[in-house]
Design a protein around this ligand. Structure first.
Ligand code: M6P
Ligand code: ZN
Length: 176
């Protein structure tokens, strides 16, 4: 009901503002913020080690509300190393946008709200932005043989960013 995962094998990780260096459009504003401030935490249950087949992994992400300049707090985002590996996102609470980008940088977004379910097709980078005033909580499911490619996003980013334009969350195209 809350998304909280507990029990043997659940691993918890935290990502602070410091851990999001380079991910926002306005890096100077990010660098001037409290570096220890929590951006999101993840509770993950991976029955098999990453890259090994035979299980479905799941994780709950608790993404804090807030802005860095005019950009909403976000997860780093990644492609899957296995290009044919999909993912499923189930929103527990809060509101946000799931940003999806194909390898040719076509970028779109889906509205996340309590109960919404989103399929991330194979070959699609995915990132979540919290556009609301409360934590955005969602559960993700992916096959255990999926590896993660963060480098492509670090190097080139997404084709669009979720920014506050006239008070409204807007997917704004971003030059490569
Ligand atoms: C979702 C899943 C996890 C991921 C988390 C945070 O829960 O996609 O695999 O760890 O979001 O996103 P990221 O790892 O891209 O920062
Ligand atoms: Zn993923």
């Amino acid at each position: 009901v809350t998304g909280e995962l507990t029990g043997d094998g659940v691993k918890v990780s935290r990502r602070t503002i410091a851990g999001l260096a380079g991910y926002f459009r306005d890096e100077a504003t990010r660098a001037a913020m409290d570096q220890d401030r929590l951006a999101y935490r993840v509770q993950a249950y991976e029955p098999k080690p990453e890259g090994e087949p035979g299980a479905v992994c799941c994780a709950t992400t608790f993404l804090e509300p807030g802005l860095v300049g005019d950009e909403y707090l976000l997860t780093r985002g990644h492609f899957h190393a296995g290009e044919d590996r999909p993912e499923l996102e189930v929103t527990i609470s809060g509101t946000g946008l799931l940003v999806l980008m194909t390898r040719d940088r076509q970028t779109r977004a889906e509205l996340m709200r309590a109960g919404s379910v989103h399929h991330v097709p194979p070959g699609t980078a995915h990132r979540v932005a919290n556009t609301g005033g409360e934590p955005l909580v969602f559960v993700s499911y992916w096959p255990s043989e999926t590896g993660h490619d963060y480098r492509t996003i670090v190097e080139r980013g997404f084709g669009a960013r979720v920014r506050r334009v006239d008070g409204v969350p807007t997917l704004v195209p971003e030059p490569d």
